[in-house]
Design a protein around this ligand. Sequence first.
Ligand code: ADP
Ligand code: GLC
Length: 512
Amino acid sequence: MKILFATSEALPLIKTGGLADVSGSLPPALRALGAEVRLILPAYRGMAMAADAREVVSAFPVEEHDMEVRLLEGHLGESGIPVWLVDAPSLFDRPGGPYADPKGRDWPDNAGRFALFARAICAVALDHAWLDWKPDVVHANDWQTGLVPALLAGADQRPATLFTIHNLAYQGLFPGETFTQLHLPAELWSPNGLEFYGRLSFIKGGLAFADRLTTVSPTYAREICTPEYGYGLEGLLQYRSHVLHGVLNGVDYSVWSPENDPFIRRRYTPRNVVIGKPDNKRALQERFGLPLRREPPLIGMVSRLVSQKGIDLVLEALPGLLELGIQLVVVGTGERRFEEALREAAAAHPRQVAVHIGYDEALAHQVEAGADMFLMPSRFEPCGMNQMYSLRYGTVPIVRQTGGLADTVVDTNPETVRDGSATGFLFRPSTAQALRITVQRAVEWFGRRSAWRAVMRAGMRQDFSWERSARTYLKLYRLAMEDRNRKRDPLRWQAAAEGNSLSDPRHADTHS
Ligand code: ADP
Ligand code: GLC
């Protein structure tokens, strides 16, 4: 099976969040199961070098954008998986990040940048780019590639499409007039298509038109069908719930494993974690100038500093947390207000709170290895990678019971300790009080040394490797191909729309 994996970030080339972890590790896992996978990404500044892409393998005009794009061919790190980079220097060769300028402001022409990216993906998908390679399936990810299933839906001889929602909070919403500026097919402008209350929604292109939909955990798949998590898209998602699947992300244990982590002071296994962890804890305390003491539980966080991650709850709960005698290390970047509040907290409590504002891969590993507990009080979390990394490092996760966090962590109580299933701590209400009470509960269990060791080891034994999820994706690709074959009508969205407003929950078909 041939798969074109379309994404706006992938390790080791470019990363802003978990999408890059997934895009860098799912394709190799698919290949290990016999699939032929190729990636396609924008050629941001520095990408050609990172992907070792020296060869121009195609050049073609994108008429709607009055532009000629080139495709460079490179590969995805050591995996050697082929990567095509869409080279359009006026849009992608810029300083800063993939979505924002060096000051963190979204690029004002993001709609045009990712619409052009989508057009280029479609050209490759339909073999209009003269590459002599036609995929059976295009696997698109998040709003940046949301237009792809919509544009392909009307094409002859098209590949099947699967769209993965990594985060429904980011939708690629633009003013309605952008639709015309991008010269998108007129029939796509409807509430059953790309229109979202008068605005243009990129993500709806994926949600309404892909043959199959996935999101990155079973719980999040259910949550996004409710008003609380659906942002007004819950009606459409309910309507499509028979093709919506929750597939848990996997972990690349060749990168995230304390047994062979090159970034940490002392490597360790479940057997010698009781020696390895204190050494790494000391290293972390040294790095941050915290008192070099073994007893206080050290709580780590590595996170984008945005309200999704519940960082405001941590700030609000901080006085109560500090009374518990803990040490707290936070590594992250994001909204200025959170960065400043964290810096102030570190300045006010230098013996207990330490903060690194910035993106630092090595430090993320050192926090995983050195902390006793890992805090993720997310308001919502489609999957979350760090709680799974934490489990492998014997760093007990304290998480809100939502999305992938609820699917990967088992709460610690006398019963789960007895049956050996306890791996972390969960709380439900999104409040500072619930957070503090749960940290307190964790600190109490931390004092019971043998129970704590059992919880650490149970976490380290969990296996979230990619193989199982990759097999599920292969099955879903096959189903997507069958779905496509059944729907020969290129304007099927209009057929689907008859008598049914896709975005209106009143008409929703709720079987899931
Ligand atoms: P999201 O994609 O919503 O940010 P995930 O938990 O899926 O959340 O993935 C976040 C990824 O980004 C993890 O691999 C995490 O280690 C990494 N990360 C986040 N912030 C930083 C940072 N400041 N420095 C290094 N790595 C970070
Ligand atoms: C998103 C989500 C995160 C998930 C990641 C990878 O960034 O916020 O929960 O783990 O995508 O799927």
